[in-house]
Design a protein around this ligand. Structure first.
Ligand code: FRU
Length: 516
């Protein structure tokens, strides 16, 4: 009897939590409470996830589709999973949006709202949503054919709840193995749709007036940028530079392998787009994020002009180890949503990433440590705030004695992540060499650094979740996103200053709410 009751209780809890997953925000029970389960990042309820796809804002909802394999916790036949959010922070899981079919798996792509019904796929005078993605035909690939990646389309007339496939691919493969990840946007200034497509070692641009017939207009990149791997998941958008009215075009290009720390990473180019092709005089390679775990990220379409932000989300993992990290029920999460901001600094443009302001709604408890000078290690009294679900801001001021300083998260096992700045080397670092479990791959336990010439003061904004740290320095001029797998939760935060002291002019820590 007891065991039947237990079974009943388990079923009830599981049943409820499934429902919670489909609505929002749980009350903390068993749902989303496994070891390493992100508490305020998006992760699939179960099984394998990679790239964010089809990010589009429509009628008050941010849509997030994602590369999803519902039958295993490693990569396989790709579907588009689906979730919606009112604020990019709290997510509601929806049923799978797109299943593989006779044309193949559903690889990465984008979604748009066809405001003027240029495609004719809308009904009752309402704008349809269109998803443009890559069909990857596994049969053709296995046979050694070259044209097994083609661009397909599906549309929805019910706010993305159900999708109808258009059928035949709308853009056929010209005989190139890697031909994928279409990012489509309506370009009012040119009066047409523009598709940005990753083609092996370069980007191709296509245009259309109806989303169905596409014509190649240009290509970019064979001789520019990082080329240590295949180019994937591009994005192209205009953006006004911070504090000026100059408009530049930004081209995001993910690359795998060939990232600065091995495996995958996202580079960006700043230049101009004339409606046909992209040009830049940039010679230096620029990375969007200098950590190891921000890949295949793109920006939301359909953001109203009244908002005007360029909003970004990336896959918080790396193809080097994504399939072998120590989680079972699900694999991987997305980064926190970020606003991309273009700044002109010393006659050069940089693309900054800034946590979106909506994240502030997660703040539950606040600590205001009174710290003035740090020399050696200084333990912060966390007053019951969970380190593993926290956000913190520290402003450091260097003095003549300052060498190396920062923030250390650690646990009872002595595992630690060190986040900081070396003045001697002019480098920001995230050191996860002793962060926790890393036996799944030797290269995982690494020190990630980025060259950065700081002034006297340095502003650190850090988000910590169950299996990640996201570090934004000086308003997003440098960003490092790294996943970590501590054997026990980190429960201590210390500030450190090695071989000299450092002043702290501002310190704030927030405990964050779980979204599940
Ligand atoms: C990037 C990527 C894309 C592809 C998808 C397949 O991570 O390789 O190029 O469309 O993943 O899942």
């Amino acid at each position: 009897m007891k065991s039947i009751l237990l079974l009943f209780t388990v079923l009830l809890i599981f049943g409820c939590s499934q429902q919670r997953g489909n609505s929002k925000v749980g009350d903390g029970a068993a749902y989303y409470s496994e070891q390493y389960r992100p508490q305020y990042h998006f992760s699939p309820d179960s099984m394998w996830m990679n790239d964010p796809n089809g990010m589009v804002f429509y009628e008050g909802e941010y849509h997030l589709f994602y590369q999803y394999y519902p039958d295993s916790n490693v990569w396989g036949p790709m579907h588009w999973g689906h979730a919606v959010s009112p604020d990019m922070v709290r997510w509601q899981h929806l049923p799978i949006a797109l299943y593989p079919d006779d044309y193949g798996y559903i690889f990465s792509g984008s979604a748009v709202v066809d405001e003027n019904n240029t495609s004719g796929l809308g009904v009752d005078g309402k704008a349809p949503m269109a998803a443009i993605f890559t069909y990857h035909d596994p049969v053709g690939a296995a046979k050694g054919e070259v044209d097994y990646q083609n661009q397909g389309l599906a549309f929805s007339n019910d706010k993305g709840r159900t999708w109808t496939k258009y059928g035949e691919p709308v853009l056929k493969n010209p005989g190139i193995i890697d031909f994928r990840d279409p990012k489509v946007s309506w370009r009012e200034e040119f009066g047409m749709w523009v598709m940005t497509l990753a083609v092996q070692d370069h980007i191709e641009f296509y245009s259309s007036t109806n989303l169905l017939d596409w014509r190649k207009t240009g290509e970019f990149g064979k001789e520019t940028g990082a080329h240590g791997g295949v180019w994937e998941c591009p994005d192209l958008f205009p953006i006004e530079a911070d504090g000026s009215d100059e408009i530049k075009w930004v081209l995001l290009v993910s690359i795998n392998p060939g990232g600065p720390h091995g495996g995958s990473a996202t580079q960006y180019f700043i230049g101009d787009f004339n409606g046909k092709t992209f040009n830049t005089d940039q010679t230096e390679i620029k990375w969007l994020d200098q950590g190891s775990d921000n890949y295949a990220g793109v920006t939301w379409s359909g953001i109203p002009n009244s908002d005007g932000r360029r909003l970004f989300l990336g896959w918080m993992s790396n193809w080097l180890y994504a399939q072998i990290v120590p989680t079972e029920r699900w694999r991987s999460a997305m980064t926190i949503p970020r606003e991309l901001v273009l700044s002109e600094i010393n006659n050069d443009f940089i693309l900054k990433s800034v946590p979106v302001k909506e994240l502030e709604s997660l703040r539950e408890t606040e600590i205001k440590p009174t710290i003035t000078t740090v020399s050696g290690n200084l333990l912060i009294n966390m007053e019951g705030v969970p380190v593993m679900r926290s956000e913190m801001i520290f402003d450091f001021q260097a003095n003549e004695s300052t060498h190396e300083f920062g923030i250390q998260l650690s646990n009872e096992k002595g595992e630690k992540v060190r986040i900081g700045y070396s003045r001697d080397e002019s480098k920001i670092f995230v050191d996860r060499t002793e962060a926790g479990v890393s036996s799944f791959l030797d290269e995982f336990a690494a020190l990630h650094t980025v060259s950065y010439v700081a002034g006297e003061s340095l502003h650190f904004h850090v988000f910590v979740d169950e299996a990640s740290v996201e570090v934004f320095v000086d308003g997003g001029k440098a960003v490092l996103t790294d996943i970590v797998f501590p054997g026990l939760p980190y429960n201590k935060i210390e500030l450190f200053s090695a071989r000299g002291s450092v002043e702290v002019s501002f310190a704030r820590i927030w405990g964050l709410a779980s979204i599940w």
